[in-house]
Design a protein around this ligand. Structure first.
Ligand code: ZN
Ligand code: MN
Length: 153
């Protein structure tokens, strides 16, 4: 594969993603990258996310809720979708690629891979009201929880 032409916009998308552990959507990435690169368009962000994922520099996650998320951590690991806050968190767990053998055991074709995600309630949402809620800078928060500047009306 020919090396891709260097792109400063692509660099800034990847750099932003490396700072995040909450698996942001393209929309969230766009809103953040735009602050540094005001001329960037949502289409450019989508296109570069696709290229980065194709090149294996980032991971594209699909957790069954109809929206793609992106992960700067490309090492093999598993994810949980929180049904309360909509956040996606990393799961520390053993490798489960042995499911491939189970899948292949009674199958006369070839099993090449599997996609697994989990759903439930993240640690933050499991805690009693008031303990976990509203802490800034966490990873379990939905992506639009930016607190309004200045309060009230
Ligand atoms: Zn949650
Ligand atoms: Mn992850």
């Amino acid at each position: 594969m020919a090396a891709r032409k260097h792109s400063r916009q692509r660099d800034s998308i990847k750099e932003f993603l490396m700072t995040r552990e909450d698996h942001p959507t393209a929309d969230v990435i766009y809103r953040n990258v735009r602050q540094r690169s005001p001329s960037i368009s949502l289409g450019t962000v989508y296109r570069n996310l696709t290229l980065l994922a194709q090149d294996g520099e980032i991971s594209r996650l699909n957790l069954g809720d109809g929206v793609d998320r992106f992960d700067g951590d490309t090492s093999p690991h598993y994810h949980l979708l929180c049904e309360k806050c909509g956040g996606v968190v990393d799961l520390e767990m053993e490798d489960i690629s042995s499911v491939l053998e189970k899948a292949a055991a009674h199958f006369d074709g070839h099993v090449a891979g599997h996609v697994t995600y989990f759903y439930g309630t993240c640690g933050r949402c499991t805690k009693p009201e008031g303990l976990g809620a509203g802490l800034p800078g966490g990873t379990g928060l939905p992506e639009d929880t930016a607190l309004p500047e200045g309060s009230g009306a």
